[in-house]
Design a binder for this molecule. Structure first.
Ligand SMILES: [Zn+2]
Length: 82
């Protein structure tokens, strides 16, 4: 179906892998992308893969999620408490 698989192997850059316990080269898996709300804050959820290919060569192949939110909104939400 996907002729060019390079399209869904976006560079995730250097990230900390929870299994390798080191900073590794990663890829972002597009199918794991969503925009959930985190405590009412719009966030970007991405699935990260440890490795430089879909099967995880040059990495352990572990997949995990990251949640990206604006710092300002976190501080605002935290400051609002109490
Ligand atoms: Zn790893």
């Amino acid at each position: 179906m996907k002729g060019d698989t390079a399209m869904d192997k976006r560079r995730g850059g250097q990230r900390y892998c929870p299994r390798c316990k080191i900073i590794v080269e990663t890829r972002v898996r597009l199918e794991g992308y969503s925009q959930p709300e985190f405590h009412g804050i719009p966030a970007k959820k991405r699935q990260i893969l440890c490795g430089t290919d879909a099967e995880g060569p040059n990495g352990c192949g572990t997949k995990w999620f990251t949640l990206e939110i604006l710092e300002d909104q976190v501080l605002w939400t935290a400051g609002k408490k109490g």
